[in-house]
Each structure stands twice: as structure tokens, then as C-alpha cells.
Design a protein around this ligand. Structure first.
Ligand code: ATP
Length: 500
């Protein structure tokens, strides 16, 4: 029997989320008027707010909750030797395979993994596990012929052409390169960084010295990264230009397992604090450890297309700093004057070990969006209605409150504008007076606004307004003077940070 690999993007719920994201200004295909560019997306007016909120809450959780973690913002272009030291020039590749009929390119390992997922879904967990293990062994041994045989033996076919007419499996480097230099002869090849981490490693001593940092300490960074991904689909899950939020934690060798454990827990808590339920998150230990790592785990989220990696936590030993030291011929050492109880002497000079946490801002955005997308039936009998809304954590919502005069006359718009002008300094609010109040509530539900503030005739008499809550649709009467504090309390960074 020939099984077809089902393209996960065909999943119905995912389709709805992608079109919702476009229709309400969250995510647009890049350069859409030219039919878009595969695996590149633009964030729209709502998306940029949501994504910025996610980035802010990550940055604060790192640099504000920990007095030994500081931030940097390194350049995207780096000296080419950086990528030699990091191993990306020689080893940052994926095994790829082309289907000769459809001319489509696939990641060979992903084709096999998807087959394993199908087996698991069909109740054949043992067979699926055995397949994944076999794949891991072949990849470890760099046995590309073996991977190809696996694809043939499993009778895996192309989802587009339906045939098994494959090329051989080849390695494909994922780094984008370009030229710098004013004249062609002087030009030299540089790369668009495939991860932000190296910008942190090469600044390790700059930060340590100028910030007088004592080990253990961390450096956090948010920035763009670029990978020429072979399998470019699943919306913002796998993009060619994306954003990472990475933190490298520099520690004394021998203490890595303790810190690895701590960061594993802390990072899981962060995702839960964003409102993602525990049952949609899980740890996934790496089958195959990268050559530099002595422990590695992914935090996976249950996307509509299955549990997939959202964040990686890696114990990277002294691999990166050690290699930079060797290639740059500049010592990357730290003098630790704490006393080693075993010897009674200071620990002295060493190249620190590193535990890193690395999460994609776009994958996290997608997880938050998928989790928030809610379809609900309200009312009964004839008045039964379907409602779609985004159940976003109020602190992450693009707009915190919409100020809505119930009519456009009798001085209500002026009063509503007064409230808007008072709140706008502290809170992201909007003012809207077009269409019926019901339509405006619906529009705000669709973008996840947690509070709608209705200004009516009673407001003119007693300076109170109605707050309509997004999730429960319940309404309460509140004095205008209490609004600012009330909304700020429910949308403050603290609501998330205190749960991390
Ligand atoms: P995958 O196996 O899915 O390709 P990875 O293991 O190569 O991911 P890492 O190198 O560990 O990913 O990168 C850290 C994080 O950066 C990932 O957990 C993910 O959130 C994000 N990331 C990596 N590649 C992409 C991409 N192409 N698009 C969006 N986010 C990405």
C-alpha cells in the first residue's frame, strides 16, 4: 500500500487561523501584490502589536526578573570566521530529496518523521518509534543512502505528484550568503546569521568586563535570523526570515545539569504564563544530540498540525567559546575567584560552559494565536449564534480597550474621545464610532480586545461607563475615574511575569 503524506497545512483549523490572521491584520504574505514570496511573511497592524508584546514579556522575564541577565542587540552581519567556529559552514545542512515528477523539494528526515506520525496516529506506536530511532541512527552516521533506502522501503510518495520517483538524498546548507565590498574584486562572502546566539558569544567578554558580570550570568537577545529552509510551509512556523529570542547563560563547568534543569522549568512556566494550557505543552528530549551539546530538550506546543518544537534548551558546554578562542586566538576565559571547597583554592581561569534557551518569536506568536482562536455557540433556540473570538491573555492583546460611544450624537462621541485621550498615555486603546455597537463588539472580539467601554446617555449624567468583557460577554457599570487603574491592573506585565 502506498501512503500519501498529508500536507499539514491542509488541516482545516489551520486554514481558518491563517485566513483569520490575514483578514484581521495579523499576518500578510510578503510582497503579496507580486503573489508573495514563499516562507516569508509580514506582520500587520494587529500582528505587530501582539508580536511586540510577546517579545517584551520575554525580554522582561529575562532581564528584569533576573539581575544577572543583561541584553544586547548585535548586528546581523558577522565576520565570516564566526560561522566557521560555530560549525555552520561545515555542518549546518539538512538532507534534502527532490521528487522528479512534481519538481518539489523535501527534507528527507521530515518525510520519514511524518510517516512515523501517521503510524502513531494509526495506533502503531512501536513501529513509529522504531522508525524514528532508525532515522536518528542513519543521520548520526551521515548515511544519506540509508535515509534514501528508508524512504523507498516505506513507500513514501510525494504529496503533490503521488509518485515515489525520487532523486538521491543530498546535504543542503541552510545559510544565505551575500557579498560585501565596494568593488567586485574586494568582495568577500558573508552570511545572514542563521541564529542570534553567535552575536552573544563573540560579545561574551565585552559584556562580562564592561558590566562587571560574575558567573553565573546571562546575555539575552532578540533579533532576526535567516535560514534557507527546504520545507517552507506551516505558515509562520517555518520561515526563511524569522526572529529568535535567545539567552546564553554562562556557568562554571560541572554545574551545567543543575542550570539546565532550572531553565527547563523556568521556560515551561513562561509559556504557561502566556495563557497556554499545560496539556498543550510538552518536553521532547532530543533523540540525537548535536555534537556540541551534552543535554538538549525541546518545548513543544500542540499546533493544529500536531506537537512541534517551539523552543530549544541546550547545554552547549564550552563548544562555542572554545572554538572562538581557537580561531580568533583571543582568550575567551573568565577568572573565577570563588573558592573551590574541594581544593580550598579559587576556581581560577576557565572557558565558561553555556546553557542556552532559544525560542522563535514567530512560532511563539503562532502558538499564542492558535491557542486563542475560539469558535463558540452562544444563546439557545432561535437566538443561537456562532461567535469567533481571540481569547488572548489581556496583556498580550494588541488593543487593550476600545472606547465606543453608543451613538454618534448627543455629545457621546466627545465624551468618549475625552476618555480615550485620558487613557491613551498609559494604555493601548482605540476609539470607534462607526456601525452598531453590536458590530463593534464583534470586530473587537475578532482581534482579541479584552475590554469594550460603551459610552451612553447615563455616562453624561453620572460619569459611569459600561465595560463589556470579551470572554464572558458580561457587562458591568464602572466609574470613569476607576477605568485607568482597573484596565492597567488586568493588562500589566506583572500579570504574566509573576507566574514565570
Ligand atoms: P527545526 O528542527 O524545527 O528546524 P531547529 O531545531 O533547527 O528547528 P533551533 O536551531 O533550535 O531550531 O532554533 C531555535 C528556535 O528558533 C526554534 O525552536 C524555533 O522556535 C525557531 N526557529 C528555527 N527555525 C525557524 C524557522 N525556519 N522559522 C521560524 N522559527 C524558527
Amino acid at each position: 500500500m502506498e501512503n500519501k503524506v498529508v500536507a499539514p497545512a491542509e488541516n482545516g483549523l489551520m486554514k481558518k487561523i491563517v485566513s483569520h490572521a490575514k483578514e484581521y491584520g495579523f499576518v500578510f504574505p510578503s510582497s503579496e501584490i507580486y503573489d508573495g514570496l514563499q516562507a516569508v511573511y509580514d506582520y500587520g497592524q494587529m500582528g505587530v502589536e501582539l508580536k511586540n508584546n510577546i517579545k517584551t514579556v520575554w525580554y522582561k522575564a529575562m532581564t528584569q526578573l533576573n539581575d544577572n541577565i543583561v541584553g544586547i542587540d548585535a548586528a546581523i552581519f558577522m565576520h565570516p570566521l564566526t560561522w566557521k567556529a560555530s560549525g555552520h559552514i561545515d555542518g549546518f545542512s539538512d538532507p534534502m530529496i527532490d521528487n522528479k515528477d512534481s519538481k518539489k523539494r523535501y527534507r528527507a528526515d521530515v518525510l520519514v518523521e511524518e510517516r512515523a506520525a501517521q503510524m502513531e496516529a494509526a495506533g502503531k506506536k512501536d513501529e513509529a518509534d522504531a522508525l524514528v530511532k532508525k532515522l536518528a541512527r542513519l543521520l548520526e552516521a551521515d548515511d544519506l543512502k540509508g535515509v534514501q533506502d528508508l524512504i523507498t522501503n516505506e513507500k513514501i510518495t510525494c504529496p503533490i505528484s503521488g509518485t515515489a520517483n525520487w532523486t538521491e538524498v543530498r546535504q543542503f546548507n541552510l545559510m544565505f550568503s551575500t557579498q560585501v565590498g565596494s568593488v567586485a574584486e574586494d568582495a568577500s562572502t558573508i552570511y545572514l546569521r542563521p541564529e542570534t546566539a553567535q552575536g552573544i558569544f563573540v560579545n561574551f567578554l565585552n559584556v562580562q568586563k564592561t558590566g562587571r558580570m560574575k558567573i553565573p550570568f546571562g546575555i539575552a537577545q532578540i533579533g532576526k535570523a535567516f535560514r534557507n529552509e527546504i520545507v517552507a510551509r506551516q505558515f509562520t512556523f517555518r520561515m526563511r526570515e524569522f526572529e529568535q529570542m535567545e539567552m546564553q547563560f554562562f556557568i562554571r563547568p560541572g554545574t551545567e545539569m543543575e542550570w539546565y534543569k532550572k531553565w527547563k522549568e523556568t521556560r515551561l512556566n513562561w509559556h504557561k504564563a502566556l495563557g497556554i494550557p499545560a496539556e498543550k505543552l510538552r518536553f521532547h528530549d532530543h533523540e540525537k544530540l548535536a555534537h556540541y551539546a551534552n543535554a538538549a530538550v525541546d518545548i513543544e506546543f500542540e499546533f493544529p498540525f500536531g506537537f512541534k518544537e517551539m523552543e530549544g534548551i541546550h547545554s552547549r558546554t564550552d563548544f562555542d567559546l572554545g572554538n572562538h578562542q581557537e580561531l580568533s586566538k583571543k582568550k575567551q576565559q573568565y577568572f573565577d575567584n570563588d573558592i573551590d571547597e574541594a581544593t580550598g583554592k579559587p576556581y581560577g581561569n576557565y572557558v565558561p560552559y553555556v546553557v542556552e534557551t532559544s525560542v522563535g518569536a514567530d512560532r511563539c506568536f503562532l502558538a499564542v494565536l492558535c491557542n486563542a482562536y475560539t469558535e463558540e455557540v452562544t444563546g439557545e433556540g432561535e437566538s443561537q449564534k456562532e461567535r469567533v473570538y481571540l481569547k488572548l491573555h489581556p496583556t498580550l492583546a494588541p488593543i487593550k480597550a476600545a472606547i465606543l460611544p453608543i451613538t454618534k450624537k448627543d455629545g457621546l462621541p466627545e465624551k468618549a474621545m475625552e476618555i480615550y485621550n485620558e487613557l491613551k498615555y498609559d494604555i493601548k486603546v482605540t476609539y470607534e464610532d462607526k456601525d452598531s455597537i453590536g458590530k463593534r463588539y464583534t470586530r473587537n472580539d475578532l482581534i482579541g480586545t479584552p475590554f469594550c467601554i460603551a459610552v451612553d446617555h447615563q455616562t453624561l449624567e453620572d460619569n459611569t461607563v459600561t465595560i463589556r468583557h470579551r470572554d464572558s460577554m458580561e457587562q458591568e457599570r464602572v466609574a470613569i475615574s476607576e477605568l485607568r487603574l482597573k484596565i492597567r491592573k488586568e493588562t500589566s506585565w506583572r500579570t504574566i511575569l509573576e507566574k514565570v
